[in-house]
Design a protein around this ligand. Structure first.
Ligand code: HEC
Length: 137
């Protein structure tokens, strides 16, 4: 995680989300910066979303970041999360694919199609059942 993200968290979050305080069960002090770790990725997404929605830091906190600092943080965090997500998809796409059973495969199709813009069969399930009907009848 880039140093400016750590600096922001340090200045605006650790008072309540340090190892000693852990408000809401969230410890941002020991949170791994490696976004390839799924749990860390999820937590940084939460951090992004809470800051983005303005819920964190709390409105009445007297150490609230300036709008410019908030915007800069969100931009950096967004770029980091997007990059990690793309890297993950590129890295384990094939392995994941091989492990999927039929149901999972069909459930995954729309998601893959959206993310990679590969055209998907118009109606995989429908086609399959029509085929079976023809075989039976
Ligand atoms: C004044 C104390 C305080 C500060 C400062 C603060 N928080 Fe929180 N935060 C809380 C409390 C209390 C909760 C739990 C209740 C809630 O969700 O509102 C919480 C909850 C959260 C949660 C949800 C945790 C979960 O797993 O549901 C996230 C994410 C979060 N804070 C992120 C941040 C970030 C990022 C910052 C700094 C930009 C920050 N908070 C600053 C007090 C604080």
């Amino acid at each position: 995680m880039p140093p400016q993200v750590r600096a922001f968290v340090h200045a605006h979050c650790l008072r309540c989300h340090g190892t000693a305080t852990k408000e809401g069960g969230l410890d941002l002090q020991t949170l791994a910066g490696d976004l390839a770790i799924p749990a860390a990725f999820e937590t940084w997404v939460k951090v992004h979303d809470k800051v983005h929605s303005g819920a964190m830091p709390p409105k009445d906190d007297d150490e609230r970041p300036t709008p410019a600092a908030t915007e800069a943080l969100l931009k950096t965090l967004n770029a980091e999360l997007t990059r990690a997500d793309l890297a993950r998809r590129a890295g384990d796409g094939r392995a994941t694919f091989r492990r999927l059973n039929r149901t999972e495969y069909e459930n995954t199709l729309p998601r893959l199609a959206r993310s990679t813009r590969v055209a998907r069969p118009r109606n995989a399930a429908g086609r399959w059942s029509r085929l079976r009907l023809r075989q039976v009848g």
